[in-house]
Design a protein. Structure first.
Length: 85
């Protein structure tokens, strides 16, 4: 996605339309401004974390092991998941 490549300040909605292969109308219908799109991305970002944390915690009996495992899991997500970044 354009935000992951160039950051928020380096992207406009036309860049997003191009990178996603959408029509302008399709994007603007749901996100009339870059800010509205950014808010949605941030909300989804924060909604994604509780299930990840819960899954990792449930897989470990020891809290220290869970924290270590979570750091590795988060690092992997930052590397491979644009939404996490």
């Amino acid at each position: 996605m354009a935000f992951a490549e160039r950051g928020y300040m380096g992207v406009n909605l036309a860049d997003v339309v191009e990178s996603l292969g959408l029509t302008k109308g399709a994007l603007y219908y749901f996100f009339p401004t870059k800010e509205s799109l950014a808010v949605e991305i941030v909300e989804r970002h924060f909604q994604a974390w509780p299930p990840v944390v819960g899954e990792v915690l449930a897989a470990h009996d020891n809290e220290l092991d869970a924290v270590v495992a979570l750091t590795f899991h988060v690092a992997t997500m930052f590397d491979s998941d644009a939404l996490a970044r």
